[in-house]
Structures are given as C-alpha cells and as structure tokens.
Design a protein around this ligand. Structure first.
Ligand code: BEZ
Length: 270
C-alpha cells in the first residue's frame, strides 16, 4: 500500500522550473524563488526562437540525457546537474501565470514535470537563505513544471558546430532583444546561483561570442582607418581624377609612394 505524504496544501502548490531566461526574468506572481537543479537532462542552445523568421535566434532547451548520449555533440560533456531556479506561484494566480507562460514560451516548447532539488543555503555559500516554511519536508525534491523543446518539435535544431552556433547567436536578434545578450545574461545568471552552477556549453559559447565581438571591433577600426586614408587621398587628388583611378590610387598608393620615394632617394644619392 502506498502512503500519500503530500498535504492538501502541497498538492495545490504550483512550482515552475526555469533553466533559461526565467532565471533572470521571473514570471509574475511568484512568492518564492529557490536556486537548485534537476538531473537527467542536458542544457543546449538547440531551439530556434521564431521571433523574427528571417533570423531566428537560438535559445536553450533541455535534452534527455539518455537521448543526448546517442548523439554526436561537439560539446561532448555536460554537468550532471542542470542548475536553474524554481518559482512558487500563489495558488490563486496559477491559471493566470500558466496563461502568461503559454504566450511567452510556447515557441515549440511543451509542458513536462520534473523533480527539482533545492540548493540549501548552508551547503551553498553565497545563496540567499530560503524561508524554511516553504521547503518541502526533509528538503526533498519538489515537483516542478518545466517547458522543454523536445527533438520532435519543428524549432528543434540539434547538435551544431560551436563556432557556427556562436556566429549565429552573434548576428541574431528577436523581439526580446539581441540573441547574444540572452546568451551572456544566461551565463551571468548561472554564475550567480552557486559556485558550482556553471555550464561549459554556455561558457564556451559566451567565450566564442566575446571573441567575435573583439574581431568585429578590430574590423570596424580597420574600416574607419581605411575610410580616413580614403578621405586623405581624396583631399590630395585633383578633382578631375576618375573614381576608378582614385580606387587604383588607393590600392597602389603605398607602392607608388614607395617607388617615388625610392626614385627621389636614388636621385639624391647621385
Ligand atoms: C526557461 O527559462 O526555463 C524557459 C524559458 C523559455 C522557454 C522555455 C524555458
């Protein structure tokens, strides 16, 4: 005979697990936010976010670990614990919040339930202490609702080359902002949960995006310098010189200047 240990109050409770933007953009009407983790999944940037159909950004989903193991992923390791936060929603607000979440998150995600393990503040230095009255008995797992983009949904992308993925994130923008901001916010939000809550997939993509940002900045600087050289050349070129010649002048400028200088040097010597 199984014994039901859930009190009527607990049965009414609604907890939501966030492992993506919900970590730093909480749902409305929550009265508790607890950092912690779920197991049995791997977090990956494998879900298209169809905000802008021309350039959909890429966002995270959870992949069942047993399924992920069968795939060839360039990021071939993943932490056992997928860190995130659980939100408790006041019972009288549950319908409202579910409706809000359906609008916000629907993009191919479906509803699943998973046990969530609260990180107890005593074992996780730096965390805000959790109100003991909201913790389940013996700090055991809490049943949470979670939105997952499963491999059978249209927006699921699957394994990708990390550099190509980082480039995609770098150039994408959706209705809720730049895709790169989503990635970097996620990295920051994860780091803030616990000293152990980092996710190497997220960190590696963030490092790649930062490297792309530096590369782009260098290219911008180079372009600006080239623009300045062009205007200097234009200022020193007679007005009736054709644009083609000006272009040629630009490309050959240094070589020509070099050869004239050489000629002058030779003339000076003799
Ligand atoms: C999350 O933060 O958990 C999440 C956000 C949007 C869609 C699915 C999950």
């Amino acid at each position: 005979m199984s014994v039901n240990t859930t009190t009527p109050a607990e049965a009414d409770e609604f907890w939501l697990f966030g492992y993506g933007s919900l970590i730093w953009k909480p749902p409305p009407h929550y009265d508790q936010r607890i950092p912690g983790w779920v197991t049995g999944y791997v977090r990956r940037f494998w879900q298209d976010h169809r905000g802008t159909p021309e350039a959909p950004g890429r966002v995270v989903t959870l992949i069942e670990r047993s399924y992920w193991r069968q795939l060839t992923d360039h990021h071939d390791s993943a932490p056992e614990r997928v860190w995130g936060v659980a939100y408790r929603i006041a019972p009288d607000r549950v319908d409202e919040v579910k409706e809000y979440l359906d609008i916000r998150e629907i993009n191919g995600y479906t509803i699943h339930y998973t046990p969530f393990h609260p990180a107890v503040s005593s074992s996780s230095p730096g965390l805000d202490p959790v109100d003991p009255s909201v913790m389940p008995p013996h700090h055991g797992p809490i049943r949470t609702l979670v939105y997952i983009g499963t491999p059978d949904n249209e927006q699921f992308v699957g394994p990708q080359d990390p550099q190509a993925l980082a480039e995609h994130i770098w150039r994408s923008e959706g209705p809720s902002g730049l895709n790169r901001d989503y990635l970097l916010e996620l990295e920051k939000a994860l780091d803030a949960l616990s000293p152990d809550s980092g996710d190497e997939h997220v960190t590696d993509l963030s490092n790649r995006v930062r490297a792309i940002a530096s590369r782009e900045e260098e290219q911008q600087k180079l372009k600006q310098n080239t623009g300045q050289t062009d205007s200097i050349l234009r200022a020193h070129t007679p007005v009736n010189v054709s644009p083609d010649l000006l272009q040629q002048h630009h490309h050959e400028g240094f070589r020509k200047a070099g050869s004239i200088d050489e000629q002058e040097e030779t003339e000076k010597k003799f």
